[in-house]
Design a protein around this ligand. Structure first.
Ligand code: MBD
Ligand code: FE
Length: 285
């Protein structure tokens, strides 16, 4: 079998995602009191025990699980595994109270401090960046309708081959990653290209689980954003594209109807345009 040297290996992108997580998020713990650790750990273990009894899990299966979990760790795929199969429920629970924009999971490939582009501009691209040009205009408001001047829109997404800069080899560091700052009316205009669907690497532990279970490995094409403004809750979301074959069976269960874009061809141009606004919830008293 020949492999494309540019294709990210599971171990390569996994190691990068694990390093990123350690740098950004694995600092102080959640300061969880022992009573809560006790109940959460006990209920997780009780659920596992019940499944073993219900399905008469064998020693061969137990050892296969053990080997697989060791592999997930050695190839750095815990961020990928958890964000694909667990994060969506954490996100649902964390944002249930919101009245503003729907969010969804962050996933493993966010990098903070992407280059600033002001209220209007192009994300960093390679010359001849493949993909349909996309112009996205929008406005950030508070849930009461007040414009949020200076709101930050951090954007990151895969390229037209489904690959993320800093997690796949051979792509410039900040490619398709940028930070926009809304103008006095909360408005912004982003020039980028349409991403391709993302495929979970098939050569790693997560890929082996997918193959062994007979699942598919696709996420629909998506744009990731974090939208923030002083006094408001951080919104982490993804925007999808109407008509994508995987909007209805995202392997990461992260599509919501409110997050699906309908871009239109731009008059006279080769690209597409779309409007999408954000309403942020004020921080709760
Ligand atoms: C992605 O690009 C992603 O957004 C998620 C949630 C998981 C794996 C890859
Ligand atoms: Fe993604």
């Amino acid at each position: 079998m020949t492999t494309d040297p540019k294709a990210p290996t599971a171990a390569g992108s996994g190691a990068d995602a694990t390093d990123r997580f350690k740098t950004d998020k694995a600092g102080p713990g959640a300061d969880t009191p022992p009573e809560r650790v006790d109940v959460l750990a006990r209920e997780v273990l009780a659920a596992v025990h019940a499944i073993i009894r219900r399905h008469t899990v064998t020693y061969a299966e137990y050892n296969a699980l053990k080997a697989w979990m060791i592999d997930v760790g050695e190839t750095g795929e815990w961020p990928l595994f958890l964000d694909v199969w667990v994060e969506h429920v954490v996100e649902d629970v964390a944002t249930e109270h919101r009245k503003g924009n729907k969010g969804t999971i962050e996933g493993p490939y966010y990098v903070p401090n992407a280059p600033d582009r002001g209220p209007r501009g192009s994300v960093p691209t390679r010359s001849g960046e493949p993909g349909t040009p996309l112009v996205w205009t929008g406005q950030v408001t508070s849930t009461d309708g007040r414009a949020l001047a200076g709101a930050r829109i951090e954007l990151w997404h895969a390229d037209a081959n489904g690959l993320y800069s800093q997690f796949a080899p051979g792509i410039p560091e900040w490619n398709l990653r940028a930070t926009f700052t809304a103008d006095d009316e909360g408005r912004f205009e982003i020039h980028t290209v349409r991403p391709a669907p993302y495929r979970i690497p098939t050569d790693g532990a997560c890929g082996r689980l997918i193959a062994a279970a007979g699942w598919h490995s696709w996420r629909p094409a998506h744009l990731h954003v974090k939208v923030s403004a002083p006094g408001h809750e951080l919104l982490t979301a993804q925007l999808y594209f109407s008509g994508d074959a995987h909007n209805d069976d995202d392997i990461a269960s992260a599509v919501k109807p409110e997050l699906v874009l309908e871009p239109r061809p731009t008059t006279g141009g080769a690209g597409e345009g779309v409007a999408y606004d954000f309403a942020l919830d004020p921080v709760r008293a």
